[in-house]
Write a protein that binds this ligand. Structure first.
Ligand code: DAH
Length: 340
């Protein structure tokens, strides 16, 4: 009787295993036959109804059946696993004969190229390169540069205020103050960096751009030193034949102040589209450091004098590479950047 039941269970289980479509189905079968509440387990539980002398034999039969079903389950499971592995391997085949992906090597940004060129010129003249903070106190960006609270120059530079007297610097001139405050003289430094102004974006404006500040302070520095230095700088940057022209201007932190133009390096000064017919291109602001600015940073203007200048880095990059829209510098289009 029991033998027939066992045979029945085995036949049914083996049949189901043979037809199982996936490992989940195999598991289902394992649970329904061999599990705690499975059919075969049920038989073991009813052993108490079997006559004691028959129990070893019946037990043996149940165990054999169980072993057979388990073996079949394992065999099928291994087949599924092998098939799965083969499918995965087939999907991961690498054809080593395919052409390799080209490595995209980056290019230096026009700003970086211009900055490095500028730095090299000044390092060659014995200048130190120092950096100032982008977040400044009002004092460093304005007050200590002779731009007190109600000065109109403060409105000219649309400032991003953070809170209290903290702001995003509108000019690298603030780095001058940090350098002077260190109390180490003489000073011969340039300070490149990012500046911020609440300007609308267009071909010549951006809320964030870069300047390079210059500051020289020593005994006996005159306007002749300023002119000689910036002349030399212009020839190195734009070519040997470059001439300079200093137009009187006003900056609160320098006196006298000037704007410097260079002869157009495109037409040599005859006048062309590039220089808008004038033969000159405006490059930077400069001047002799105002005695009051020296005093505020603890330098005696009777003993020391100095000159300063500030140049827009993007302006130099745009001129040098004849780029007509500043926005191109910030879009990071690799087709544009790859040209430099
Ligand atoms: N800070 C000025 C600006 O952003 C540029 C400048 C002019 C810097 C004259 C100087 C200077 O150091 O002497 O417009």
């Amino acid at each position: 009787m029991i033998k027939e039941t066992l045979d029945g269970i085995r036949e049914k289980a083996l049949e189901a295993i043979a037809q199982a479509a996936d490992p989940d189905k195999l598991n289902e079968i394992r649970v329904s036959v061999l599990g705690k509440k499975g059919e075969l387990t049920g038989i073991l539980k009813s052993m108490k109804d079997v006559a004691p002398e028959d129990r070893p034999k019946v037990g043996q039969l149940v165990n054999d059946t169980r072993a057979e079903i388990e073996a079949m389950l394992d065999e099928r499971k291994q087949k599924f696993e092998a098939a799965l592995l083969n499918a995965r391997l087939a999907g991961e085949v690498i054809d080593v004969t395919l052409p390799a992906k080209r490595m995209n090597v980056g290019h230096r940004h026009p700003n970086t190229i211009a900055l490095e060129e500028l730095e090299n010129i000044f390092i060659g003249m014995g200048y130190e390169v120092v950096e100032g903070p982008e977040i400044e106190k009002d004092y460093y960006n304005f007050e200590a540069l002779n731009i007190p609270a109600d000065h109109p120059a403060k409105d000219e530079q649309d400032t991003f205020y953070i809170h209290g007297d903290l702001l995003l610097r509108t000019q690298t001139s603030s780095a001058q103050v940090h350098e002077m405050e260190k109390g180490r003289l003489p000073i011969k430094m340039i300070s490149p960096g990012r500046v911020f102004r609440a300007d609308e974006v267009d071909a010549t404006h951006s809320p964030s751009f870069h300047q390079v500040e210059g500051l020289v302070i020593d005994k006996g520095i005159t306007f002749a030193d300023l002119k000689g230095t910036l002349d030399e700088f212009s020839r190195k940057l734009f070519g040997e034949g470059t001439k300079t022209k200093f137009r009187p201007h006003h900056f609160p932190f320098t006196e006298p102040s000037a704007e410097m133009d260079v002869s157009c390096f495109k037409c040599g000064g005859k006048g062309c589209r590039f220089c808008k017919g004038s033969g000159w291109i405006e490059i930077l602001g400069c001047g002799m450091v105002h005695p009051h600015v020296l005093e505020m940073s603890g330098i005696d203007p009777n003993e020391y004098t100095g000159f300063a200048f500030g140049v827009g880095l993007e302006r130099i990059a745009l001129l040098k590479y004849e780029i007509d829209d500043m926005r191109l510098l910030y879009e990071n289009d690799s087709r544009f950047l790859a040209q430099f």
